[in-house]
Design a protein around this ligand. Structure first.
Ligand SMILES: Nc1ncnc2c1ncn2[C@@H]1O[C@H](COP(=O)(O)OP(=O)(O)OP(=O)(O)O)[C@@H](O)[C@H]1O
Length: 306
């Protein structure tokens, strides 16, 4: 059970919306798909779900070649598109019943109640889809995507337009589903990705710029912070002279934040500085960049002040 994408390409006129993307998602993984507006996330997701034909490349979902057999692939995939097209005149249960028939689900009554429960739709389940708030419409879309109990969930911005409480509830549903399914979901909310993902794929202008666990991404980002405080005041020049320093900022006369690509060397040099000059370091900590900073560095929006 996996999603495997190799050298995926989609061109609109001159523009390569998706330009040679490859990655693999395995069972039990929740992967966040990030990128700035127009990076090619939705286009990639539409190709994986068989709704858009790639110009080149291979897509394999649980052993099925999606470009050759999109119908078989769709049976394995639950897809929540970005613009979630629903039938507004139908009642919630009626709509889910219709989708259940499309999937030829046998025990559909029970399954419909299960997904209504799972997505928190119960309080609004007696309404027509068109009468629901944006957040509840999104839940109907998610319920429809879960109905046939697919192995793979592809969710294009599943929490967009939801209030903070609803975001939390939907995140929990995704987390729960991720225990025995593969989940690929796109989001602009970096805290969300940090909260629920094992791994992050970042694309920019149609190209893959990162595919790592969150921890690796933050560790391997080429900027780290070392924070040091001394017992006595110190001129920043003492620190700026040390090897491996990119920049130094000062919060008071005793404390400094150092940007570096080599935190180990900087820590060592600070200890040397302390010993050789009879100084006292009262605290010394390293910090990784936040995911937001990593994202901005990788997608060309370098954080202010760097
Ligand atoms: N049908 C289309 N015809 C022409 N260009 C398109 C079409 N669909 C998408 N594009 C272009 O392809 C690029 C990628 O679009 P896509 O919707 O995949 O980006 P995205 O990463 O999902 O963006 P967002 O975060 O804003 O939803 C954009 O520049 C977009 O304008």
């Amino acid at each position: 059970m996996s999603i495997e994408v190799k050298n995926l390409l989609k061109q609109y006129g001159e523009q390569k919306a998706v330009n040679g993307i490859s990655f693999k998602v395995n069972k039990g993984e929740i992967v966040g798909f990030l990128g700035p507006n127009g990076a090619g996330k939705s286009t990639t997701m539409k190709m994986i779900t068989g709704y858009l034909q790639p110009d080149a490349g291979d897509i394999n979902v649980s052993g099925i070649d999606v470009t050759k057999d999109p119908l078989a692939a769709k049976k394995k995939i639950g897809y929540l598109p970005e613009s979630n097209a629903l039938y507004y005149d139908m009642y919630v249960r009626e709509y889910l019943d219709f989708i259940a028939d499309v999937h030829e689900i046998t025990d559909k009554k029970k399954r419909i109640e299960d997904v209504i429960q799972l997505t928190g739709l119960l309080p609004e389940s007696k309404k027509r889809v068109g009468q629901l708030s944006k957040g509840y419409k999104q839940r109907v879309g998610l319920a429809a995507a879960l109905l046939h109990d697919p192995e793979v969930l592809i969710l294009d911005e599943p929490t967009s337009g939801l209030d903070p409480n609803q975001i939390l509830e939907i995140r929990n549903v995704i987390k729960e589903q991720g225990k025995n399914k593969m989940v690929l979901f796109s989001s602009h909310i970096l805290q969300e990705v940090e909260a629920i993902c094992d791994r992050v794929i970042i694309i920019n202008k149609g190209k893959l710029v990162a595919d790592n666990t969150l921890q690796q991404l933050q560790q391997h980002s080429n900027l780290n912070l070392v924070k040091v405080s001394f017992k006595e005041p110190l001129e920043p020049e003492w620190i700026k002279r040390l090897p491996g320093i990119k920049s130094v900022s000062q919060s008071d006369r005793f404390s400094f934040t150092i940007e570096t690509s080599d935190p180990d060397t900087v820590r060592r040099e600070l200890k040397k500085l302390e010993a050789e000059n009879n100084l006292d370091i009262v605290s010394l900590q390293s910090e990784n960049q936040s995911l937001e900073e990593v994202f901005r560095t990788l997608t060309g929006n370098v954080p202010p002040g760097s």
